[in-house]
Design a protein around this ligand. Sequence first.
Ligand SMILES: [Zn+2]
Length: 48
Amino acid sequence: MPNQHLPTKPCAHCKREFAWRKKWERDWARVKYCSKRCAAAAKASGRG
Ligand SMILES: [Zn+2]
């Protein structure tokens, strides 16, 4: 196997695609942002 196929989704804030992370294995369906930074920025902008 050359690569595992990891799911990706677009960040709700910066719109970049980001890939599944081990730390999200139980939470992937609820992850909306690629980073805490984007989550914080999204909240700060009023939609959160
Ligand atoms: Zn982002």
